[in-house]
Design a protein around this ligand. Structure first.
Ligand code: SAM
Ligand code: SF4
Length: 330
């Protein structure tokens, strides 16, 4: 039973847990100059034992799904151990990961063997030049190869996310390339509308475009919107006969987006964040130190929910604590 409920009646069966701030990519909207150590904050990243205790506490609060994110979660040497610890001891039903997939062709088998329940891979374009332009890395080929490896291993629940950017990956040609891709692949592809963060105002102003451009394409191309359940999360999904995969749209600027919020976030340094944006959240790591602190940790998380606000207020430019999404995992 999920007992995490806020003052607006929303429940939180889903946690996004960042396990590293570090990233090797230089995505223009996130870390255009690459990852830089924050010298003002020399706290280390939460370790495997802390993560094990945290996952157990969350599971006892009714959380059923943890998504590992970052930064780039697979940069951490012990990322497989982390998956296994959550899978083995905590009671969490689904452990999934969001990754840039930079070494997916090499780690697909290990991921499958770890018991991972799902993977979201970020691929902003199927054109390798555009991919390199956005991420600073010419690695599209390896990532696509990694996806094929996962499919050969019969890994289910593969999703691809792309950030929609004006003039970069928002043409009908781009949309059709993804249509072709999901026609024969049982993979969901979603466009996320570019979000403004503390650091990316210029980029945002240059490249932000409403996700409606993609929705219009889907409507004209006779994709059918799927009705979704209460805990379905922020993606609106579209299906079409004869297509193995689905399309999805995540449009954070759309009206009522926050009404379906079902997730909380925890940073790699152990800060609970009640929203991707805004400035609410405190450090909870001191209560991950011993097994007998679990009740106290649960109480603290429950209590913090009283401070969750109704909306992110992003539409009025309130980007909050995060200079970019790499510290909080997008
Ligand atoms: N490094 C991993 C990756 O790229 O998948 C995990 C972390 S990344 C911060 C998680 C997701 O956030 C990625 O899909 C990325 O494209 C998305 N993201 C980052 N900054 C964003 C922004 N300003 N607006 C929209 N999505 C963003
Ligand atoms: Fe790294 Fe992901 Fe940010 Fe790209 S979006 S810079 S891959 S953390």
């Amino acid at each position: 039973m999920n007992i995490l409920k806020d003052n607006f009646g929303r429940r939180f069966p889903y946690i996004r847990l960042s396990i590293s701030d570090v990233c090797n990519f230089k995505c223009g909207y996130c870390l255009p100059d690459g990852y830089k150590i924050n010298k003002a904050d020399n706290r280390t990243f939460i370790n495997t034992q802390e993560i094990g205790r945290l996952a157990k506490a969350l599971s006892e609060l009714g959380v059923s799904k943890i998504r590992l994110t970052g930064g780039e979660p697979t940069i951490r040497k012990d990322y497989l151990e982390i998956i296994k610890i959550i899978k083995k001891n905590s009671g969490i039903k689904k452990t999934v990961i969001t990754t840039n997939g930079y070494k997916l062709n090499k780690i697909a088998k290990n991921l499958k063997d770890s018991g991972l329940d799902g993977i979201n891979i970020s691929i902003d374009s199927l054109n390798s030049k555009t991919f390199k332009q956005v991420t600073g890395h010419d690695r599209l080929h390896e990532i696509l190869e990694g996806i094929q490896e996962l499919q050969k291993l019969n890994f289910k629940n593969i999703k691809i996310n792309a950030v929609l950017m004006k003039g970069i990956n928002d043409s009908e040609k781009d949309f059709k390339e993804w249509s072709n891709f999901i026609k024969n692949n049982e993979i969901d592809f979603r466009y996320i509308e570019l979000m403004q963060t503390g650091d990316n105002l210029d980029y945002f102003q240059k490249y932000h475009i409403s996700a409606n451009k993609f929705v219009d394409f889907l409507n004209n191309d006779k994709w059918i919107i799927q009705t979704f359940g209460k805990d379905a999360g922020p993606s609106k999904n579209f299906i079409k006969a004869e297509y193995k995969g689905k399309f999805g749209v995540i449009a954070p600027y759309s009206k009522d987006f926050c009404k379906s919020c079902n997730r909380l976030r925890i940073t790699a340094k152990g800060d609970l964040r009640l929203c991707l944006f805004g400035d609410t959240g405190i450090n909870i790591r001191h209560l991950m130190q011993k097994d007998d602190q679990i009740e106290e940790l649960k109480d603290l998380i429950l209590n913090q929910l009283n401070y969750k606000k109704e909306s992110h207020y992003l539409e009025i430019g309130e980007t909050g604590l995060n200079k970019n999404l790499s510290t909080i995992g997008g």
